[in-house]
Design a protein around this ligand. Structure first.
Ligand code: NAD
Ligand code: DAU
Length: 352
């Protein structure tokens, strides 16, 4: 039995990872530590809450006492750090919480894991590993050609990506200074079930269903490289099991699409399957995001060649599965968008 400390496991990707792992393996125990911010939701985890190999702990990754206590209570083999403030627009409005959670929280986790796992000078219990879930945004932006490789210099632009790049550098510093066993994964844009509706795909879906304006930033020709969330979970599972210590792995499936294409795809799906009244008249071009990165594109050659990873879900299949999931989970969308999210939305999109 291997015990994973998964942080941020009540959010979008973290919850998908917990479900993915407990669905596939009987010899995996998951301790899910999550602060339950606006983005964390225990409803995402009802399928596993009674599983004897699962434990949920509400805590902040910045809380040294709480994290150290968990390392004393459980024999943790792996840390997988998903916990973060993850939304670029929020980071532009208020950067400080991004520094606290994404940078200081990561350093606290590293420190607690190091203290728990250390058996001698720069030596650690056999088989342990810390995996930092990072993002392609740390590389900055691409022009019309080329791809991000693991060797691409870090060049973050937003407060969010700067905080994630800083966290990556601390993970590297722990490996370089203390020979601490780590991996970093840098993935492109995920989509799929349980994504909070502040992000492009679920936001456009929700607005289309409600005949609300569809906010497209700038000219809508920014390109993102979309990956179905389960394929990201598979990559993380493989890197934990087989990744070479100290290495960074880029994760992406060559699914580059301009934002306007995504928006039009969602409109036509809803028009065909739900409501013939919706249409492209809902598209509303709005002021561009400050410092908006133009294009992301991942070169996944390393993880493919080294670990045999490949994406299983094409964009055409994945987007239909995702839109179907949101249609079947309107209650979930209602729950997570009530309360504090309403005031965020009004401030961000309606100037209130
Ligand atoms: P999310 O915002 O949906 O979820 C974040 C989770 O972290 C929530 O459950 C939240 O409650 C928890 N959290 C926040 N602050 C915390 C704290 N101080 N202590 C404990 N828990 C805390 O994010 P996501 O989209 O699922 O992203 C997860 C991770 O993957 C992040 O590190 C993000 O940078 C990275 N990532 C995301 C994408 C993407 O497309 N969404 C792509 C690549 C990498
Ligand atoms: O690339 C990985 C990153 O992808 C992750 O590290 C981040 O955590 C995740 O939030 C995501 O960042 P993006 O900024 O790319 O995702 P978002 O869904 O916010 O926006 C996707 C694109 O759509 C981006 O170019 C901005 C644009 N957009 C977004 C929103 C919310 C719009 O045009 N209108 C919108 O209302």
């Amino acid at each position: 039995m291997k015990t994973y400390l998964v942080t941020g496991g009540a959010g979008f990707i973290g919850a998908n990872f917990v479900l993915y792992m407990l669905d596939r393996y009987d010899d995996v125990r998951i301790i899910n530590l999550d602060k339950l911010t606006y983005a964390g939701n225990l409803e995402n985890l009802t399928a596993v809450e009674k599983n004897p190999n699962y434990r949920f702990v509400q805590a902040d990754i910045c809380d040294k006492e709480a994290v150290s206590a968990l390392f004393r209570e459980e024999e943790i083999d792996y840390v997988v750090n998903f916990a973060a403030e993850s939304h670029v627009d929020r980071s532009i409005a208020d950067p400080q919480i991004f520094v606290k959670t994404n940078v200081m929280g990561t350093v606290n986790l590293l420190q607690c894991a190091k203290e728990a796992w250390q058996v001698g000078d720069d030596t650690y219990r056999d088989g342990v590993k810390y995996l930092q879930v990072s993002t392609d945004e740390v590389y900055g932006t691409l022009g019309e050609t080329g791809y991000f490789m693991e060797t691409t210099p870090l060049d973050p632009h937003s407060p969010y990506s700067s905080s994630k790049a800083s966290a990556d550098l601390f993970v590297k510093a722990f490996a370089d200074t203390y020979k601490f066993p780590v991996n970093i994964t840098r993935c492109s844009n995920n989509y799929g079930p349980y994504q909070f509706p502040e992000k492009l795909i679920p936001l456009i879906m929700n607005n289309t269903l409600h005949h609300k304006p569809l906010p497209v930033y700038g000219d809508g020709m920014q390109v993102r490289d979309w990956l179905y969330v389960e394929d990201h979970c598979k990559a993380i599972d493989m890197v934990i099991r087989s990744g070479v210590l100290g290495e960074v792995y880029n994760v992406g499936g060559h699914n580059e699409r301009p934002n306007i294409f995504i928006v039009k795809t969602i409109i036509s799906y809803i028009k065909e399957h739900v409501d013939p009244e919706v249409g492209e008249h809902l598209i509303t071009y709005v002021t561009d995001r400050k410092g908006h990165d133009r294009r992301y594109g991942i070169d996944p050659t390393k993880i493919k060649d080294a670990l045999g990873w490949y994406p299983e879900t094409t964009f055409e299949v994945g987007i239909k599965k995702t839109l179907k999931w949101y249609l079947e989970h309107k209650d979930w969308v209602e729950h997570v968008t009530s309360g504090a999210y309403q005031s965020y939305y009004q401030k961000m999109y309606e100037g209130k």
